[in-house]
Ligand binder design. Sequence first.
Ligand SMILES: NC(=O)c1ccc[n+]([C@@H]2O[C@H](COP(=O)([O-])OP(=O)(O)OC[C@H]3O[C@@H](n4cnc5c(N)ncnc54)[C@H](OP(=O)(O)O)[C@@H]3O)[C@@H](O)[C@H]2O)c1
Length: 282
Amino acid sequence: MEHDHPHPLRAGRGRLVLITGARGQLGRALQEAFAGDELVALGHEEWDVTYPPSDTLSQGAFDLVLHAAAWTDVDGAESDPQRASAVNVGGTANAAALGAPLVAFSTDYVFDGRKREPYVESDPPNPLSAYGRSKLLAEAAAGEDAWVVRTSWLFGPTGRNFLRTMLELGASRDEVAVVDDQRGCPTFVGHLAAAVRELVDAARPRGVWHLAAGGDCTWADFAEAIFAEAGLACRVRRISTRELARPAPRPAYSVLRSERAGAPVLPHWREGLRACLAELGR
Ligand SMILES: NC(=O)c1ccc[n+]([C@@H]2O[C@H](COP(=O)([O-])OP(=O)(O)OC[C@H]3O[C@@H](n4cnc5c(N)ncnc54)[C@H](OP(=O)(O)O)[C@@H]3O)[C@@H](O)[C@H]2O)c1
């Protein structure tokens, strides 16, 4: 897209890309995957997305907005659904209000998990949790002209995620108890960010896309793989979701696959695990 009057945010004439939630685990991976573009990467402090965009942002004429800011505390959303919705629904509406091509991120938790074969884009959502409901409403707030990327069980080298928690626990304990009755696709943020770039660069049609790692496993399987790949001598005790007693219900099965032509294919989750450990120098 050509711009005759460069905006203060635009230094050159490349594609101008805004990333929200830029210091989250996905936000960081998106900054790396889109490093060849001109990036405006805003963390929570620079743009609290529950507020409308500033005039400077509104006039930014972005070529692309990657909206990675979100309330991601699944259990916390049960006790504060209004604030979770303010961030997830209101924040997505504010990102869409910029009027630029938008990528919004959604979740496998929009499904109830009753299926026993992979969820595809045309399957009807039925979220079990306040977080899942807020993300489903956020999909609508993104508008019909957005790419809505549903992904699952994200992990990366930064931030709070299951992989980093297991590395910490595995270094200090002989055994950890991990749920073995939820099945999904642990997805490495680096692989997701590359797939998002492919989706956008190939100008695939807008709408909902399922982008998650290949293969599937339970959290207990994933924990065992983490310990094996990282060389940690920690055992996994397989427990049920009921035993863990977390506030938010989670789908028992939320494997995501795409039924859409030209969908980017992500590597197997175990490859993602190895790539992430390599980034962590392990
Ligand atoms: N994590 C998963 O397993 C998972 C699975 C499926 C889908 N997703 C979706 O993928 C996207 C990225 O998630 P992630 O794993 O990268 O999450 P994350 O690491 O928690 O990053 C989210 C970022 O959003 C920021 N944020 C929170 N409230 C904000 C606000 N009001 N204004 C601006 N920024 C705000 C957070 O900043 P602070 O930390 O400073 O609040 C954080 O840096 C989200 O849409 C999420 O719903 C995640």
